[in-house]
Design a protein around this ligand. Sequence first.
Ligand SMILES: [Zn+2]
Length: 190
Amino acid sequence: MRSLEHLSNILMHSEYLDKWGNREEELYEKVEEEYPDWKTQDEVFRFVHCQKLRRGEKMEEKKRDYVIIGDCEVNEKGEIIRLDRGWYRQGWVYKNEEAYYTDKSAVCYVPELEDAIYTGQDILDMCNGQPEIADRVFEAIDWEHPSSYLDDQDSDELCQCECGKWYWCYGVNKCPFCGAENPNAANLCD
Ligand SMILES: [Zn+2]
């Protein structure tokens, strides 16, 4: 009997994701063909999505060459005692990837126009507690407040599913957590 774990190992260690990772329909067909006794398409979808996230995280870990822009020091009350912004893509900010990725309580970002400090935990909290949302928001911000960046994501980019989870939904037609249809997926080409 082929178990979930067995399938997991095959997907993790084979070229499945490289080969099929961006062609999910074909991946499902392939999995269903080889594992007719295994699960519904929704379950396969969720599984594959989780594998991709995990694989993404692994790649992240390997390429850690932390970008640190500017300098910032806060006292124990969380007040800024020193702040030097540096130029980063679009604006003058303090941005510290090492702080963000290694210590969620450390200040990792100060936007351009206001001396407001953000820790990794602050960003995670405003991203529904989901690291895969927070990481992308942190990566993207280059002058603005993280909350402004989030506000700018329309429903084509970030779906707040009825199940309570958020997911990056460009080109994705089902919630990876509950399998519900993405209500804004109508304009996908398939
Ligand atoms: Zn959902």
